[in-house]
Unconditional design. Structure first.
Ligand code: ZN
Length: 337
């Protein structure tokens, strides 16, 4: 039996509103008890393989459904822009946007971090963290404990579906950025890049720092703390490290792929409304409507910046050898000492 719940209904309304202006696809169907949950993928813009791609993923951790909601709110904005904003339409003719707002629909429906099998999808890949001993780093003890990695031999359907989307719609592009939206404890909104599994620079560290500096210069008062995820913690099974390793093996010198994670700081909501502590979603989700609206608005500037930076990459993605080693040295001092 097909399932209905508010976030899925909202997504299906948006898909309907896009109509033939978007390509939509059910990339997987997840069974939970006697219910069936679709995972939708929506793509907009050029279908040419050589255009830059910006992709959004949300709801990997079902409890952090704010990520899904931010993406859907952004999609709604785009849907309206397409009616009148010639510049935005022209931008889409030269680029592609990909959206999977509900990666873990069962988790969003149940309000759980893990999927219906008790697996934490962001611990589910075969990548082993270097030097991680904490439970939150991912374990195979029991699905009854949080951060369970799942089976050694096969990844979960939701994780595989995410990987397929990235391989099909992102890896074919010469230049791509992925943004995976989460929420977690903290006072700041964090923008993380790989690695999550080890405390060493990743192959695109120079481009990442150049992009960060461009962002810092253009939006001096932006709210993000930008750093490698391993600065915060090292984990097993990260899906983005897994996809990145795969990408580097296939396309190392010729293409560029930056998988970013936006971790929205939930203490921001808690401090302003302690009632959040008492609600099931509370720590991971702003409760008051005006605060929710503020979260939506807050990140659209970042999305827009990333989209434009993909269309005009000269300053950050086309570095010569000298610039590359300049940024690599600078990144080492900034993040890895
Ligand atoms: Zn998360």
């Amino acid at each position: 039996m097909g399932i209905k719940f508010p976030e899925l209904e909202q997504l299906e309304r948006i898909i309907e509103q896009f109509g033939d202006r978007a390509q939509t696809q059910v990339i997987e169907r997840i069974q939970y008890k006697n219910l069936e949950f679709p995972i939708h993928c929506i793509t907009l813009g050029s279908t040419e393989p050589d255009v830059p791609v910006l992709a959004f993923f949300g709801g990997v951790h079902g409890l952090e459904k704010i990520g899904s909601e931010v993406i859907m709110s952004f999609m709604q904005t785009i849907c309206e822009l397409l009616d009148w904003d010639g510049e935005f339409v022209a931008r889409l003719e030269k680029s592609r946007l990909v959206f999977v707002p509900l990666v873990n629909p069962v988790g969003v429906y149940l309000g759980t971090r893990s999927n219906g099998n008790g697996v934490d999808l962001m611990r589910n890949s075969p990548v082993e963290g270097i030097g991680t001993t904490r439970l939150y780093g991912g374990h195979r003890i029991s699905p009854l404990l949080p951060w369970y990695r799942g089976d050694t031999l096969k990844m979960e359907k939701e994780a595989l579906a995410l990987c397929r989307v990235v391989e099909q719609h992102v890896f074919n592009s010469p230049l791509s950025i992925v943004l995976d939206l989460h929420s977690g404890f903290g006072l700041k909104d964090r923008l993380w890049f790989p690695y999550a599994s080890r405390k060493t620079p990743y192959p695109y560290i120079a481009e990442t720092l150049a992009l960060k500096e461009l962002f810092d210069r253009c939006y001096r008062h932006h709210v993000y703390k930008i750093e490698p995820m391993c600065k915060e913690y090292v984990i097993n099974g990260d899906l983005w490290d897994y996809l990145l390793n795969d990408f580097v093996q296939q396309f190392a010198g010729e293409r560029l792929f930056l998988p970013l994670t936006l971790e929205m700081g939930s203490w921001l909501w808690l401090r302003k409304n302690p009632r959040n502590l008492l609600s099931r979603h509370g720590l991971f989700h702003p409760l008051l409507p005006h605060r929710l609206q503020r979260v939506f608005r807050r990140h659209f500037m970042l999305f827009d910046f990333l989209h434009r930076s993909l269309l005009y990459p000269d300053q950050w993605a086309r570095l010569d050898t000298g610039q590359k080693s300049h940024y690599e040295n600078k990144a080492s001092r900034l993040w890895y000492e």
